[in-house]
Design a protein around this ligand. Sequence first.
Ligand code: ADP
Length: 246
Amino acid sequence: MSEQPDIVIDVQDLVKTYDEGRTRALDGANFQVRRGEFVSITGPSGCGKSTLLHAIAALERPDSGTIRVNGEEITAKRDLSSYRAQGIGLIFQLHNLLPNLTASENVQVPMYETKRSTGARRERAEELLRLVGLGDKVKKRPTQLSGGERQRVAIARALANDPPIILADEPTGSLDSKASQQALDLLRDVQRGQAVTLVLVSHDSRIAAAADRTVYMLDGKIDAESTDRSPEVETDAAASRSSPVV
Ligand code: ADP
């Protein structure tokens, strides 16, 4: 799979255990994402979704298996700082904004890893805040913003260094249904407008259904998948099941 140029994320046989092997969070997961795709990962709580996303983000080292991003094996790399700073943008449920910094300063945080000047950082942050509809809130601190606005700041921050890939872990989890829909629409617009690859984890199948393709996990493995164009199950694993998952 990694030989195909349009595969940007290629996960092969990934295993991750916790508690001295008693918990198999990932149990031989295989997962591929094409360039510019919006893929969601869903499944019941504890099935390994976050572990898979964190492994792709190089926040967790797997026990075995490989992860290639743009053909480069990140599981074999020693220095992952530039991959983390520029290869991916991360969005989490609890958006992790720094409370004492303004919206603009929060968006600038990932840019400290780069050589941008102070002025260029500020300009870029303000441009991104305009993109997410917060052009008039650049100087506000997180406590002065709504949950939905904070999540939009987190989306702008994830875009700071123009990463080709955005990884989002339950990005709408702390939001009410309207703010959740807005955040999802924004992520979709960003994915299309900025031509980024978006991988989103959600236990909520309605959120997951916003993606071009949804992957279902069970017990640390990919169990089935579907696309919004076709509700039919497409994987071999799913084809052998007696009751199809759609
Ligand atoms: P999901 O995101 O699908 O809810 P997770 O990937 O968070 O699932 O967790 C998969 C399994 O691994 C669960 O049984 C969870 O309790 C366990 N797990 C996840 N992170 C840790 C950790 N840091 N230490 C111990 N067990 C963990």
